[in-house]
Design a protein around this ligand. Structure first.
Ligand code: SF4
Length: 182
């Protein structure tokens, strides 16, 4: 659905789009589970305390999986850019207010150096609301989770949703505190 939406957006805005449509589910799962390490089992009940305890145990596991995912995607983007004569590359990941922005930035810089292609950096999170407004105006599909089956579980499991919401709130507060200090 997201791919379809990206194509529709490109069509509506007259943007050229090149897509890699191979579905590497098994490879992704293999890499994701290896990155996560020991599994933390989702609790069945959902009290606030249980959600908090679960979050504490689960957060590092999720962070490792996402770091693997960023590295995989950014490495492919940098390589593709270098092999196809692009002068720079970037990622829509830098628009997300939910991702580990600084981790992605340092990975993107590293791959830029490896492949000899410029990494175009901009903190696209500043356009978060504008992006939502544009997508609504164009009638585009908006996905309620990041993209993989793990994030789908995080979105639709009541216990996990509570825990992830709490983490996102903490991240937002941290960002707001940082920007008010600087
Ligand atoms: S939650 Fe998003 S960034 Fe993390 S592994 Fe899944 S798709 Fe990748």
């Amino acid at each position: 659905m997201r791919l379809k939406t990206a194509k529709l957006f490109a069509e509506k805005t007259g943007m050229q789009i090149l897509t890699d449509e191979t579905f590497r589910l098994r490879e992704f799962l293999h890499r994701a589970l290896a990155a996560e390490g020991e599994p933390i089992l989702t609790p069945k009940a959902g009290t606030q305390e249980e959600a908090s305890e679960f979050l504490e145990a689960y957060r590092p596991q999720k962070d490792r999986r996402c770091k693997m995912c960023y590295a995989w995607r950014l490495e492919q983007a940098a390589r593709f850019a270098a092999e196809n004569g692009f002068t720079a590359y970037t990622s829509t990941l830098f628009y997300s207010i939910y991702q580990q922005h600084d981790v992605m930035k340092s990975l993107a810089e590293r791959f830029a150096a490896v492949y000899g292609v410029k990494f175009y950096y901009e903190d696209f999170r500043q356009g978060w609301q504008e992006g939502i407004d544009i997508s609504l105006a164009l009638g585009l599909y908006r996905q309620g989770y990041c993209g993989c089956v793990f994030s789908e579980e995080e979105r639709y499991s009541r216990v996990m949703r509570k825990a992830v919401k709490k983490a996102n709130r903490a991240r937002r507060n941290e960002r707001q505190t940082l920007s008010s200090v600087s």
